[in-house]
Write a protein that binds this ligand. Structure first.
Ligand code: GLC
Length: 749
C-alpha cells in the first residue's frame, strides 16, 4: 500500500467523529490535552465553520486588485475570521522570522524590532539566544494582536548567491534544526503560532514558483528534511509552510510525500499552510495533506479551499475526515501555543522597546563574524584620534534584506534610491548608524565620513586619518538570487584605492551572502556583519572597539570564488520578474531552469561537499576569530548505545588561553567509518573569562552520521569506528578527538 493510501486510510480510521456529539464545551477545559480539545471543537463545528478555518485571506491593500482588507483584519500577510460562538479566535497572520513586518504600511506608523539576519542568529551557535530572539519577536507579534508569526525559515544554504539566505540558518541541518527549534519555541512561548518554512528544497529563488527541484529520498532526508525533522520534533511549530517550488515533479503544496512526512513519521499534529500563491489544486492538495490555503484571494489562480473544496467533499472526492483533520490541525496549532486561551488583542500599553532592541543587539554582537585581524589591529583604542569612515551609508544606518521579511524600523527605514523600487525593493537601511555609535565610543576622536562614490575624495580622507573603516554592502532579497559573488558598484576599486593610502584599513561587510574580496591581502581586518538588525550599528561599534569580544561563526562555507561551488552555473541567477501581481501566470518563464537537480552536493551540503571534493574554501563553516584564543584540552564520550534510542554525549574541556574574556562556539564533529566527511553532531556556546577552563556536556545527534535507508525506511548507523572531534571549524585539523566503535544499529524514528 502506497504511503498516500495509508495516510488516507489512517485518517479515515482515526478520523475525528463527525458533528452531532459535541461534548459540553469540553474544548474550554484547560485540563484536557490540545488534542482532546481540538477534537471536541471539530465535533461541535458546522461544515462551513470547518471550511472557514482552512483558507486565509490576504490582508494588505497592495495587491493587483487593491482589495480592501477583510473586516476584522489588523492588516498583515493574511487573516482568517474567528468563530466567536466556539471561542475560536481570528487568525491574525504576520510575517516573519526577523520581526513583525508592516507591508505597505498597512498599519500606519507601526514599526518594530528587527533581529539580525538568520546567518547571525545561527552564527551565535547559541540555543538560549535563539529562544530569546524568538520570544522577543513573538512578544512583539502578540502585542500587536497577531497570533500567527510566519517565522522559522530553515531552508539549507546550498549556494552563496541565494536571495533568501539572510532569512535562513545556514548549511548544516543539525545547527539549523536546533537553532530553528529554539526560535520557534521562543515565539510560541508568547501564545503565537510559529511556522517552519519552506518545506521543502526552496534552495534557490530564481524561478521559485515554477522550478522543479529533483532530489533523492535518501539525500533529501539526510539534508534539508533533517533540519525540518529536528525543528519540528523539538520545536513543535503550530504550523509548517510548504514551498512554492515543485519537488520531484509535484508542487510542494500538493506533494503527498512532503505533506505526509511530518504527520506520518514525525508525529506532527499541527497544520501545513501554503506559501502565498503556492496553492495549485483542490482535490490533489487536500488528499495529499495540505491543511490551509494562504491568501488565495490575491495570490492563487482561484480559491481552491473554498466552495470547490466543499463540493469536492460533497462529491466524495475528498473524504469528510480530511476536512475534519484540516480543521483539527489548525485548532491544535492554536490551542497548543495558548492562542485559544490567551487571545492576542492589540495592546494599548507601550512595549518594552529597550529590552527588545537589546535582544536584537545581543544576537548581532554574538553572531557577527571577525574574519581577519592582522597584527590584532582590532579592537581599536578609544583614544584613536582621527577616524575615516567610508561608504555603506554608515553615517545613517545598516543594510537589511528585502522581501516579505522586511521590517519597518522605529525611526523609519532609509531607502536606497538607486536600488529597485518595486517589491522586494527598495533596499532599506535601519537607522542604526555605525558612525554615530563609533563616535559615542571614541568621543574625542575626529571622525570624518565619505560616501565612497568619489574614490579620490575617499583616498584623501584616508591619508589624513589614523585608521580607516570602510563599509561595503550588497543587497539580497526574496524572489531573486545574486548573479555572482562580487561586491556591486565601485566598492572593490574603492577598497583597493584606500588600502594604498598606507593607513590601517578595516572593512565591515553588510551582505546577505559571502562575497569575493580581491583586496583581502591589502587590508588589515575584515568583519562580516551580514544584515545586523535594528541595533546593528551599535553592535558593530561595540565589536570594533572591544566592548564585545566577537564570537560569531560562519554557518555558510565561504568559497574563494564560484569556481569552487557545487552549482557554478545557475541559469538566470540575478534575473527576476516583477512579482507585484503574482496572480498572473504569464510571468516571463525563466525557462533556463525549469528543473534543478540537487545531484551534485546531494546530502553533502556545504562543508561536507568541500571535504568530499578536497576543496579548500576561503573560510570554512564554523570559522570565526576572537580577541581571545581558545584551546580544547580533552574530549570524552558518555555513550548508551544499546536499544533503539542510543545516545552519545561529549564532555569537552575548553580553555580561554587569551587575555580577554570571551566566548567560544564549541563544535563537535563525527567522522564516519569510511573517513571521508565529518559532520556536525553537536554544539554549544561557552563563555570563558581570560584563563578560565570549563568542561561542557554536549549531546550528539547520531542521525548526522547515520544513513537514511529509504527501502528499510529507517536510519542506520553502520558498524565501524567513528572519530569524534572537537575542533574550531568544520575543516580544521586542530582540536582533540577520540574514537568510538559502534556495532550496526537502527535509530528509532
Ligand atoms: C512570501 C514568502 C513567505 C511569506 C509569505 C507571506 O512570498 O515566500 O516566506 O511568509 O509570502 O508574505
Amino acid at each position: 500500500m502506497k504511503l498516500s493510501q495509508l495516510f488516507l486510510l489512517s485518517s479515515i480510521l482515526v478520523s475525528v467523529p463527525s458533528i452531532g456529539h459535541a461534548e459540553e464545551a469540553s474544548w474550554k477545559d484547560t485540563s484536557l490535552s490540545a488534542e482532546a480539545r481540538a477534537k471536541a471543537l471539530v465535533k461541535a463545528m458546522t461544515q462551513d465553520e470547518k471550511l472557514q478555518l482552512v483558507a486565509s485571506q490576504y490582508a494588505v491593500d497592495n495587491g493587483s486588485k487593491h482589495l480592501p482588507i477583510p473586516k476584522g483584519a489588523l492588516g498583515s500577510a493574511a487573516y482568517v475570521a474567528g468563530i466567536p460562538r466556539l471561542g475560536i479566535p481570528a487568525q491574525q497572520i504576520t510575517d516573519a522570522g526577523l520581526g513583525v513586518t508592516n507591508p505597505n504600511h498597512i498599519r500606519p506608523n507601526d514599526a518594530a524590532t528587527s533581529l539580525p539576519s538568520g546567518q547571525i542568529l545561527s552564527g551565535t551557535f547559541d540555543r538560549n539566544l535563539a529562544y530569546e530572539a524568538g520570544k522577543m519577536t513573538g512578544a512583539e507579534a502578540f502585542h500587536r494582536g497577531f497570533n500567527v508569526l510566519l517565522g522559522g525559515g530553515m531552508v539549507l544554504t546550498r549556494d552563496p548567491r541565494i536571495g533568501r539566505n539572510f532569512e535562513y540558518l545556514g548549511e548544516d541541518p543539525i545547527l539549523a534544526g536546533n537553532i530553528g527549534a529554539e526560535q520557534i519555541k521562543g515565539v510560541q512561548s508568547q501564545h503565537v503560532v510559529s511556522t517552519a518554512k519552506h518545506l521543502a528544497f526552496n534552495n534557490i529563488e530564481t524561478n521559485r514558483k515554477k522550478i522543479d527541484m529533483k532530489v533523492g529520498e535518501k539525500e533529501g532526508r539526510e539534508s534539508d528534511l533533517l533540519a525540518f525533522e529536528i525543528a519540528i520534533k523539538k520545536g513543535n511549530p503550530g504550523s509548517i509552510m510548504c514551498a512554492y517550488n515543485k519537488v520531484n515533479g509535484d508542487y510542494s503544496c500538493e506533494n503527498s510525500y512532503l505533506l505526509q512526512l511530518p504527520k506520518k513519521e514525525w508525529g506532527y499534529q499541527g497544520y501545513i499552510m501554503t506559501d502565498w500563491g503556492a496553492g495549485h489544486s483542490t482535490v490533489k492538495a487536500a488528499n495529499a495533506g495540505l491543511d490551509q490555503e494562504s491568501a488565495a484571494d490575491q495570490f492563487d489562480n482561484k480559491i481552491y479551499f473554498g466552495k470547490d473544496l466543499k463540493e469536492a467533499i460533497a462529491k466524495g472526492e475528498v473524504p469528510q475526515s480530511r476536512l475534519d483533520d484540516m480543521a483539527y490541525r489548525v485548532l491544535y496549532g492554536l490551542i497548543q501555543v495558548g492562542a485559544y486561551d490567551h487571545p492576542a488583542v492589540k495592546s494599548t500599553q507601550s512595549e518594552d522597546v529597550a529590552a527588545h532592541e537589546a535582544i536584537s543587539q545581543k544576537v548581532a554582537e554574538n553572531g557577527i563574524v571577525l574574519l581577519q585581524n592582522k597584527q590584532n589591529i582590532l579592537p581599536l583604542a578609544a583614544t584613536v584620534k582621527n577616524i575615516a569612515i567610508i561608504g555603506g551609508k554608515a553615517d545613517k544606518g545598516v543594510l537589511s534584506g528585502g522581501g516579505s521579511s522586511q521590517v519597518t524600523a522605529r525611526g523609519g527605514n532609509i531607502t536606497d534610491p538607486t536600488s529597485m523600487q518595486t517589491w522586494p525593493g527598495p533596499a532599506s537601511y535601519f537607522p542604526s548608524s555605525p558612525m554615530k555609535a563609533i563616535q559615542a565610543l571614541a568621543p574625542k576622536a575626529k571622525i570624518q565620513f565619505a560616501e565612497g562614490n568619489n574614490i579620490d575624495e575617499a583616498v584623501k580622507l584616508a591619508s589624513q586619518s589614523d585608521v580607516v573603516i570602510i563599509f561595503a554592502t550588497k543587497w539580497s532579497a526574496e524572489s531573486f538570487d545574486n548573479a555572482d559573488m562580487s561586491l556591486p558598484g565601485n566598492q572593490n576599486l574603492l577598497i583597493e584605492a584606500v588600502a594604498k593610502a598606507g593607513k590601517p584599513v578595516i572593512v565591515v561587510l553588510e551582505t546577505g551572502n559571502p562575497v569575493e574580496m580581491p583586496w583581502l591581502n591589502n587590508v588589515d581586518a575584515v568583519v562580516e556583519a551580514w544584515y545586523p538588525g535594528t541595533s546593528g550599528g551599535t553592535a558593530i561599534a561595540n565589536i570594533l572597539f572591544g566592548k564585545v569580544n566577537p564570537s560569531g561563526r560562519l554557518t555558510i562555507t565561504w568559497p574563494k570564488s564560484l569556481a569552487q561551488v557545487p552549482y557554478p552555473k545557475i541559469t538566470n541567477a540575478g534575473q527576476r520578474w516583477n512579482e507585484d501581481d503574482p496572480v498572473k501566470e504569464d510571468k516571463p518563464d525563466l525557462s533556463g531552469i525549469k528543473t534543478f537537480s540537487l545531484d551534485v552536493d546531494k546530502a553533502n551540503v556545504g562543508y561536507r561537499w568541500y571535504q568530499d571534493k578536497k576543496i579548500t574554501p576561503l573560510y570554512p563553516f564554523g570559522y570565526g576569530l576572537s580577541y581571545s584564543t581558545f584551546k580544547y584540552n580533552k574530549i570524552t564520550l558518555n555513550n548508551n548505545l544499546s536499544g533503539k534510542n542510543p545516545t552519545m554525549t561529549a564532555e569537552v574541556t575548553v580553555e580561554n588561553t587569551g587575555n580577554k574574556d570571551g566566548a567560544d562556539a564549541v563544535q563537535v564533529y563525527g567522522t564516519i567509518p569510511d573517513g571521508t566527511t565529518s559532520r556536525l553532531l553537536g554544539f554549544d556556546k561557552v563563555a570563558l573569562k581570560a584563563g578560565e577552563t570549563k568542561t561542557v556536556s554536549i549531546p550528539l545527534a547520531l542521525q548526522a552520521i547515520a544513513n537514511y535507508e529509504p527501502k528499510a525506511h529507517h536510519w542506520e548507523l553502520p558498524a565501524g569506528t567513528y572519530t569524534i572531534a572537537v575542533k574550531p571549524d568544520a575543516l580544521s585539523n586542530e582540536g582533540v578527538k577520540t574514537t568510538v566503535h559502534i556495532n550496526k544499529m537502527n535509530l528509532a524514528d
